[in-house]
Design a protein around this ligand. Structure first.
Ligand SMILES: C[S@@+](CC[C@H](N)C(=O)[O-])C[C@H]1O[C@@H](n2cnc3c(N)ncnc32)[C@H](O)[C@@H]1O
Length: 426
């Protein structure tokens, strides 16, 4: 039976200990402050799930959609070994930076070097002024801003120490984005209106130093918390939709999965690739422009599959009645989710838990029951249902309104809460 916590909330029967909203909580402590990212999981959710369901002995956490590594950091500070995978190279870089503990002295020395370098006159300096994969760099960056970013990039890419380079690269990535002509309140690439552009006068060097200082504080707090322990962290780029390399994660090796998959395909929900494009281009990361079509639901299926989850099958049939093409797009996401779950399921030890944080969006006015889909897809591969926690979304930056009819200007509320579905491997 499906737990309906929403009605319990409404009836005032859900106490603080069951509250997953974490309204007002500090979500950018430790290295969680490093970099913004669309639809980030808040650390409190991953932390609480691990406290409730991770074994107390040394254990392995796997996050198959690790994004910027929120759950991995939370696993690390609880003494777990952590493994994550994500197809977005920028997300992997952020996750790597967030889960490594470079020496503060080494970082400080590089910060001093950066000051000294930027004090040199730049007029004679040969700079790489290209931005691979971006067809009109001048559309996204003012000329002076571009030159300053080119200087910062030159410094960052020349850092020899890998951990320090990643630390600086992440600060540079946010600096490039914030200095660009992209609207700050959007994850997609929308340029400021001409009138706003005139007022937009970013100072990349200042932004960079501010990010470095903020991130240094976060790192110091994490180092204090780790008390000298060396975390075991691996971040990969495999796609669980196609399979899991058993040399990296053998069957039965994982104690717990805590993850938040995308809410749907990148075209119509959160465009992770588009969000990352400018940073990826500056950092020379691979595939910056083609990430979105590689993600879940990126390649359209030709026939409408049956998922043996009555509410999902009904929802897809209803969408198909009004727009078959759209139904096929939506179905592709669930087809990929199913394949991914089939590959993840055997990795978890008997008695181990998986926790999926998902959203139920609406397409063409039809509610898609992703929480139920996750439950039934795991039930089909030997798991039993444990519970579903319901969470109101106070301030997650993600589209809560879209245009389900695709009519310009017409919006409809899509997701106001998330479902945290917990399953146990028998
Ligand atoms: C909701 S975000 C995860 C956010 C993450 N929990 C965090 O706090 O940063 C979903 C992630 O799934 C990734 N993704 C989408 N399809 C994927 C796939 N097939 N394999 C691996 N990662 C994928 C996206 O790149 C994105 O980073």
């Amino acid at each position: 039976m499906r737990v309906n916590q929403l009605s319990l909330y409404e009836a005032g029967e859900v106490g603080e200990k069951d509250d997953w909203t974490f309204q007002g909580a500090e979500t950018r402590s430790l290295t969680h402050c490093y970099h913004d990212y669309p639809a980030r999981m808040i650390p409190q959710i991953a932390g609480k799930l691990l406290d409730l369901f991770a074994p107390k002995h040394p254990a392995l956490l796997f996050d198959p959609y690790c994004g910027t590594g929120t759950s991995l950091v939370e696993g690390m500070i609880r003494g777990l070994s952590v493994v994550g995978t994500d197809l977005n190279p920028l997300a992997r870089l952020i996750a790597r930076a967030k889960t490594t503990l470079p020496s503060i002295e080494v970082l400080d020395a590089y910060v001093k070097e950066l000051w000294a370098y930027l004090l040199l006159p730049d007029s004679e300096e040969p700079l790489d002024m290209t931005l691979d994969g971006i067809s009109r760099p001048e559309f996204w960056f003012k000329p002076e801003v571009f030159r300053q970013l080119a200087r910062l990039r030159k410094f960052v890419t020349c850092i020899e120490n890998t951990e320090a380079r990643n630390f600086f690269a992440i600060a540079f990535s946010e600096t490039a984005r914030e200095s660009s002509n992209t609207r700050r309140d959007e994850f997609k690439l929308y340029r400021y209106a001409e009138s706003d552009l005139e007022r937009h006068k970013p100072a990349p060097f200042q932004i960079m130093f501010a990010k470095l200082a903020r991130n240094r504080n976060g790192l110091m707090a994490l180092q204090e918390m780790m008390e000298g322990a060396t975390p075991s962290v691996a971040i990969h780029d495999f796609n669980t939709v196609s399979g899991v390399p058993t040399r990296l994660l053998p069957p039965g090796s994982v104690d717990i999965v805590v993850t938040s998959p995308p809410y749907g395909d990148s075209q119509t929900t959160v465009a992770y690739g588009q969000y990352s494009r400018l940073s990826s281009a500056w950092l020379g990361l691979p595939d910056g422009g083609s990430v979105d079509s590689a993600l879940m639901g990126g390649k359209k299926t030709k026939t409408l599959p049956v998922f043996s989850c009555a509410n999902l099958d009904d929802a897809l049939a209803s969408i198909a009645q009004v727009d078959r093409d759209r139904a096929l797009h939506v179905a592709t996401f669930y087809k990929d989710l199913k394949a991914s779950i089939t590959h993840i399921a055997p990795l978890v030890k008997s008695g181990g838990y998986v926790a999926y944080v998902v959203g139920n969006r609406k397409v063409k006015g039809v509610l898609l029951p992703t929480d139920e889909a996750v439950r039934s897809l795991f039930e089909a591969v030997g798991y039993v249902y444990e519970t579903t926690f319901l969470r109101g979304i106070p301030n997650k930056r993600m589209p809560s309104r879209n245009s389900p009819t695709n009519a310009p200007g017409k919006t409809e509320q899509t997701m106001l809460c998330e479902y945290i579905v917990v399953m146990r491997h028998v």
